[in-house]
Design a protein around this ligand. Structure first.
Ligand code: NDP
Length: 492
């Protein structure tokens, strides 16, 4: 944690300075770095919890939340919810005090945050000089009558659109990859609570295969599948707050419908992407990173010293989960089916790699732990691994069965779990991502891990949207290391 503390004397009485500063939505009127300020959900600007959405002069965005405000003490506190810089845990205080003669005001602006070690100096300087010192000068100028002119007009949030032509992957019935058909579609005008996204990359997930086969009834044919995509907002419905045309966004959520070039979406589960994350890598990792976040922090909270066994460790979710578990201080055992995939796992620092197509992974895991057993198994393979995963656990260990790539586990006599007092969990993505707050929490946690360099997302295999059936064939035949994304040809 670092602290930035700056102060100045302003040549004006405290009430004049306070009148400008206390307006949480008025900083675009004087701070040169801020072009547009809007309060989300049309909340009053002095409501505790109000979120302001800044568009900065350089085109980037910041979202900040008011935590406290006291007219009596002439002070307020706020935190940053979203920023394209690694200012983790940023909380700032603004406080004024009248100088004895009453015609001058002492203003202190301070903050604490946790930057990555390598960027500490740079970020302390950015906050102290470019935000606070520049802000001090700007207020003094404004009080002298040199009022700043906003660089950008308030964004237009009218619903402008009409229906539009697009292309999508349609599924007329459940079945194999051949049921995925590339077709022209018409996307209707967005509703007032929707934005239209021109999609650039679509993420392919194993859940899309369960959806296509009908194992999960997420889409009733005819329909469009897909849970994840990245694109740019091109139309904003009149009732939408906090999103603007030109915003680069991603989503990883129900309802399915991501396999398309254009999509109208409500904004509840949209995530703004940090600048350091490319469209392609975001589409390859958002759903899988959110999954890793709730698996490692909520379903079972991995702690330093734990021994974690992760199956399909070289898959999309697996690679992220292993790196993240390592960053949490765990010893990681990863299983996979080929030597090529095993090599990738060694490169990312997995402590013990087991080729489970050749070796009995439970025996090896017991050997590694000197007969004790592992603390937790993350098992998304299902039928082929379930029994041995239980065998690999220590007494009172936890089995997280979060997928069934090899097939359904079927009925299980839970009395058998008593042999080792095993805790068994079967988490469902939807229940861990059922609110804007939950989605943002997991997404931001994941972005923080990327920023800190704890997780590297491999460049995904790329196919065109029209080739979605090939992507499904490749994943199901266990060819892939990491993820596949579909790039979207803009034909319309
Ligand atoms: P992956 O890239 O991990 O692909 C699946 C992997 O499973 C394959 O690469 C393969 O790895 C392994 N596998 C083992 N047996 C088989 C088999 N018989 N057929 C096919 N693959 C097999 O996919 P994702 O990263 O998209 O998803 C990983 C798992 O996580 C899936 O089971 C998915 O359903 C689950 N998931 C669950 C969520 C939840 O909320 N419960 C959310 C997100 C994902 P190898 O060759 O190394 O064995």
């Amino acid at each position: 944690m670092v602290e930035v503390r700056k102060s100045t004397i302003v040549d004006a009485p405290i009430e004049r300075v306070w009148a400008m500063l206390r307006d949480f939505n008025g900083h675009d009127q004087w701070h040169p770095a801020v072009s547009v300020s809007m309060i989300e959900e049309s909340a009053p600007a002095d409501m505790i919890g109000a979120v302001r959405d800044f568009k900065l002069a350089d085109g980037s965005r910041i979202r900040e939340q008011l935590l406290s405000l006291s007219d009596h003490d002439h002070s307020f506190q706020y935190c940053i919810l979203e920023v394209p810089l690694p200012l983790m845990g940023y909380v700032a205080n603004v406080k004024l005090r009248a100088v004895t003669d009453g015609n001058q005001t002492f203003w202190e602006w301070n903050s604490r945050f946790s930057p990555p070690k390598s960027r500490e100096k740079e970020l302390i300087k950015t906050v102290g000089d470019d935000i606070y010192e520049v802000g001090f000068r700007a207020i003094k100028q404004a009080l002298r009558g040199q009022v700043k002119v906003a660089t950008f007009p308030k964004p237009n949030t009218e619903t402008l659109g009409t229906e539009a032509n697009a292309h999508a992957i349609f599924m007329d019935r459940y079945g194999g990859p051949e049921v995925l058909q590339y077709r022209a579609i018409t996307v209707p005008k967005p509703n007032t609570d929707e934005v239209r996204i021109r999609q650039r990359f679509v993420g392919v997930n194993y859940i899309d295969i369960y959806t296509r086969t009908g194992y999960f009834n997420l889409v009733t044919p005819p329909g469009i599948l897909g849970m994840e995509a990245v694109g740019v907002i091109e139309i904003v419905g009149g009732g939408v707050r906090g999103f603007h045309t030109g915003d680069r966004v991603a989503y990883a959520c129900v309802p399915p419908g991501a396999y398309t070039s254009l999509r109208n979406m409500k904004t509840d589960y949209l995530v703004r992407l940090p600048d350091f994350l490319s469209d392609e890598l975001a589409a390859a990792s958002l759903l899988k990173g959110i999954t890793a976040s709730f698996l490692l922090h909520e379903v079972y909270a991995v702690k330093s010293g734990d021994v974690v066994l992760a199956h399909a460790a070289a898959g999309g979710v697996g690679l992220l989960l292993c790196q993240w578990a390592k960053a949490l201080g765990a010893t990681v055992i990863g299983t996979t089916s080929s030597d090529e995939k095993a090599e990738r796992l060694r490169k990312i620092g997995v402590d013990h790699v087991i080729n489970y197509s050749r070796e009995d992974f439970a025996s090896v895991a017991l050997e590694i732990t000197k007969g004790k057993g592992v603390d937790v198994v993350y098992d998304a393979v299902g039928k082929d691994t379930f029994e041995s995963s239980l065998r690999a656990l220590r007494p009172r260990g936890t089995l997280i069965s979060f997928g069934q790539a090899s097939g359904d586990i079927g009925a299980y006599e839970i009395g058998k779990l008593a042999n080792k007092s095993i805790t068994l969990s079967r988490p469902n993505y939807g229940h861990y991502t059922d609110s804007t707050e939950a989605v943002n929490l997991h997404a931001q946690r994941f972005f923080d891990q990327l920023r800190m360099g704890n997780i590297i997302v491999d460049s995904p295999a790329k196919l065109s949207l029209s080739d979605a059936h090939t992507a499904h064939t490749k994943i199901a035949s266990r060819e892939t290391v990491g993820s596949i994304v579909l790039w979207v040809e803009q034909l319309t």
